[in-house]
Design a protein around this ligand. Structure first.
Ligand code: ATP
Ligand code: MG
Ligand code: FE
Length: 338
């Protein structure tokens, strides 16, 4: 099957065409970094308007690159949440309109499922159940992925997400926007042992995460050390927390592999530390290529491929959802995000 995927849940607009065998026939992506940079973060209304302007042309460009028409597409997969609701609605309504016009089935994709299944797009041998560390701008969770649409949440953050911590640290250090890559670049020139920073929840028995205290600690040492040393020490603290929490989770489940996905999975230090943790446990380690870690439409089209194969389709009245937990059974942890 050939699936058209649409993504517009944050500040990347994207359209992709992906085949069932994992061939990416086309991928078109537009960033909005310049539009949001003056504000130091993503402005929802600006994002939604930008999605409206570019999504249509990106779909046309993707179809042209693949050399196909909408008639040759088997289903249309669009992110239906979670995310900034204005942006999500642009992509989902576009998907519904295309599905209706071409008489094709609609697949409403959970953006987090897009991240979570993306490792299977590039690693076709990755089998369920795998332990997924989902580290993105809005989420920091450990999930046992038991199948398509079957997720058991083992842990979540009790305050900030990992990517959020990178973004806030970048802002505090004046490193610019978007923050993750800026902190990583600065960290490469600094000493990770220069600044003593906390590792929240390290050693705790439940594999939950916390990053708010780390960010506050960064704010307290600003000016006392070079931005490079603070960035390197911050990154090391995040890595130590991610590894420690994942180790606790690995003691509770028997997965086929340790998998990392989401924007923070693009971080080289994070990948290297998790790879060696997996090796310690004689586990395969799988991480998507860097471009597939941050938001894109290939992962949405791929989730569409997996849902199409499982016969999971949605009706045209499916709602856009600002919040949409992957594991609806999971309880709230200390009032934190899902
Ligand atoms: P979510 O997927 O939770 O809805 P999102 O879609 O905004 O949130 P992603 O696009 O998956 O998040 O990831 C963006 C996040 O990843 C940002 O917080 C960004 O700072 C972070 N990030 C990107 N590259 C890196 C990197 N090299 N090192 C650390 N963090 C990074
Ligand atoms: Mg983004
Ligand atoms: Fe994302």
């Amino acid at each position: 099957a050939l699936i058209l995927g649409l993504e517009s849940s944050c500040d990347e607009t994207a359209a992709a065409l992906v085949e069932s065998d994992g061939t990416i026939r086309a991928h078109k992506l537009a960033r909005q970094d310049a539009a949001h940079r003056p504000y130091g973060g993503v402005v929802p209304e600006i994002a939604a308007r930008a999605h409206v302007e570019v999504l249509g042309p990106l779909v046309e460009a993707a179809l042209e690159e693949a050399g196909v028409t909408l008639d040759q597409v088997d289903a249309i997969a669009a992110t239906a949440g979670p995310g900034l609701i204005g942006g999500v609605m642009v992509g989902l309504v576009t998907g519904k309109a295309l599905a209706l016009a071409a008489g094709k089935p609609l697949i409403a994709v959970n953006h987090l499922e897009g991240h979570g299944l993306s490792p299977r797009l590039t690693d076709r041998d990755l089998a369920f159940p795998y332990l997924l560390l989902l580290v993105s701008g809005g989420h920091c969770q450990l999930l046992l992925v038991e199948g398509v649409g079957q997720y058991r949440r083992l842990a979540t953050t009790i305050d900030d997400a990992a990517g959020e911590a990178f973004d806030k640290t970048a802002k505090i250090l004046g490193l610019g926007f978007p923050g993750g890559p800026a902190v990583e670049a600065a960290a490469a020139k600094g000493n990770p042992k220069a600044v003593a920073l906390p590792r929240p929840l390290l050693g705790s028995g439940e594999p939950h995460f916390s990053f708010a205290g780390l960010k506050s600690a960064v704010a307290r040492v600003v000016g006392q050390y070079s931005p490079e040393d603070i960035a390197a020490s911050f990154q090391q603290a995040v890595v130590d927390c991610l590894v420690d929490r994942t180790r606790i989770a690995l003691a509770k489940v028997r997965p086929t592999a340790l998998v990392v996905a989401g924007g923070v999975a693009a971080n080289t230090a994070v990948r290297a530390a998790l790879e060696s943790l997996a090796a310690d446990h004689d586990l395969a380690f799988v991480a998507p290529p860097l471009w597939l870690c941050t938001d894109n439409a290939a992962m949405i089209a791929w989730a569409g491929v997996e849902r199409h194969a499982a016969g999971l389709f949605d009706s045209l009245d499916v709602p856009a959802r600002p919040r949409w937990p992957l594991d609806p059974r999971a309880e709230k942890v200390r009032g934190a995000g899902v």
